[in-house]
Design a binder for this molecule. Structure first.
Ligand code: ATP
Ligand code: F6P
Length: 471
């Protein structure tokens, strides 16, 4: 078994309104950010497409034969698509989002998937707190296509009746030969069984860090630095006079938005972020992992100087900015890898302000806002602007506060593909077709700088029993 044919299906389990879709979306976002091909298959969407939305609760009654048949057909259509996706689109992790609340349903899924050499990982969410369930119904179910134009109180009571139908047949996961995690009362208790392999344990660790308490995530770059003014990248310069003005204004801006609520501040270990945090009266922590992308040999140069001195590197970066690694420095891919523990820690936090750098904040922002790797290095994170993210059920709301102090613009737009191609051809002519034989471009030192398409996490190879069953 090689790393490339490791395939995992995360099968959600739980009564309605237990956060299964929320968890599915979060896991999908996290793994996609790490470059792992992940997709959610939501059986409810198949049901609505095949048989229409707005089915009332009796559709979910376990003694309703038409409902049973149509729900099974919806489950089957989602499963078939999922298997097709694994086989045709090189899927690595699929998330099968449905209640899967009976042993019989789980056995059916387990058999079908193991036959296809897909490992099955059940993720069960149990919540006994009725007030959380009611909040969940009000927050997400009333706006679902199932309840368009329905009076909210009627919708709540119909949804509760739907939950009761599921309760009649719900069997919690006890199958000892299955791989599973049970999250009880939003993770206040966690039970795991038969977790195998690196990727499954990463998912377990990620799930253990999640919480749903309301909070704000603020992000700001440092105030304008002397290097920003001179158009130079990297370095460890101090703030410019305008950067100092920004640092002076930052505490009021945060206070106006947050009031007296608690906040912690993270900075990098670089002068410009620490200086920017200087007047903030909150607990602070500087983290090396938040230091700006290391530009290696190009550190301290302007983009124009890089283009002149290292034209090949300059063109390579434009060609694939996410994967390009500065000689002696880092790529955006490297930065995502070093930020992974920061993301885990961020998930555990309450209100937080991160004072960071352009490339670093692009990576963190991309995680929360679901940007792909190609667009990530071009996200606009201007100087003298605070970005406020408020996590919501299936994503984040965003506000930006621009402080009225001028600053240089350090954003370089994405070059047009035709131009990059032209440059790349002449660059290849120049280097006399220097490739590694597989077409991958070599850096001037002969190092392969692109490992395009491979996941960022080292996924350990996994032995799969030859009969395809776990026991
Ligand atoms: P359905 O079966 O109807 O699709 P669901 O289980 O998928 O329901 P979601 O739509 O994901 O439920 O519910 C979203 C809500 O669940 C959000 O408001 C979120 O805050 C909350 N939530 C997230 N995680 C959990 C959890 N572990 N336990 C309970 N609620 C949670
Ligand atoms: O220009 C400011 C800066 O933070 C540099 O130190 C860093 O190299 C650069 O931005 C990262 O942005 P890009 O990846 O667009 O070059």
């Amino acid at each position: 078994m090689t790393t490339s044919n490791l395939r995992i299906a995360c099968v959600m389990v739980g009564l309605p309104a237990r956060g299964k879709t929320y968890i599915s979306q979060k896991v999908c976002r996290y793994l996609t950010w790490l470059g792992i091909n992940t997709k959610v298959f939501n059986v409810g969407n198949y049901r609505r497409k095949l048989y229409g939305a707005q089915q009332e609760h009796s559709f979910f009654d376990p003694s309703n034969p038409i409902g049973i048949k149509q729900r099974k057909e919806s489950a089957n259509a989602a499963l078939e698509d999922m298997i097709r996706w694994f086989n045709e689109d090189q899927g690595i992790v699929a998330i099968y989002d449905a209640t899967n609340s009976t042993k019989q349903r789980r056995q059916w899924l387990h058999e079908k998937l193991t036959k296809e050499h897909v490992q099955v990982f059940f993720i069960e969410s149990i919540c006994q707190d009725e007030s959380i369930i009611l909040d969940n119904i009000r927050e997400v179910k009333l706006s679902s296509p199932d309840y368009v134009n329905i009076d909210p109180e009627e919708a709540v009571s119909d949804f509760k009746a739907r939950i009761d139908h599921y309760k009649d047949q719900y069997e919690t996961v006890t199958e000892q030969n299955y791989t599973y995690i049970k999250l009880i009362n939003v993770g206040s208790q966690v039970i795991i069984n038969m977790i195998r392999g690196y990727l499954e344990s990463r998912i377990v660790y990620y799930l253990m860090n999640l919480h749903t308490a309301p909070r704000k995530i603020y992000m700001s770059r440092h105030g304008e630095s002397m290097f920003n003014l001179q158009g130079k990248i990297g370095g460890d310069s101090a703030l410019s006079p305008r950067g100092v003005l920004y640092a002076n204004k930052l505490p009021d801006l945060i206070k106006q938005n947050l009031g007296d609520k608690e906040l912690i501040v993270w900075t990098s270990t670089m002068k410009r972020t620490i200086q920017t945090s200087g007047l903030l009266q909150y607990p602070k922590m500087s983290r090396k992992a938040l230091d700006e992308l290391d530009a290696g040999m190009c550190d301290g140069m302007t983009y124009e100087e890089i283009e002149e001195k290292y034209p090949e590197d300059y063109a390579n970066r434009d060609d694939d900015k996410f994967n390009y690694r500065y000689k002696g420095g880092e790529s955006y891919r490297d930065v995502v890898l070093r930020l992974e523990p920061v993301i885990m820690d961020l998930e555990r936090q309450g209100n937080i302000l991160i004072i960071g750098h352009q490339a670093i904040l692009r990576c963190i922002y991309a995680y929360f806002m679901n940007y792909n790797q190609e667009d990530l290095p071009y996200i606009k994170i201007p100087l003298h602007t605070v970005i406020e993210l408020t996590p919501k059920a299936y994503g984040c709301d965003e506000k930006r506060y621009k402080v009225d102090i001028e600053a240089v613009d350090t954003h370089r737009p994405k070059p047009n593909k035709a131009q990059t191609l032209k440059k790349k051809v002449s660059k290849q002519e120049l280097s006399n077709g220097a490739t590694n034989g597989n077409g991958a471009l070599l850096g001037a030192s002969g190092e392969i700088v692109n490992d395009i398409g491979s996941p960022i996490l080292p996924i350990s190879p996994q032995l799969w029993p030859s009969n395809g069953a776990t026991k």
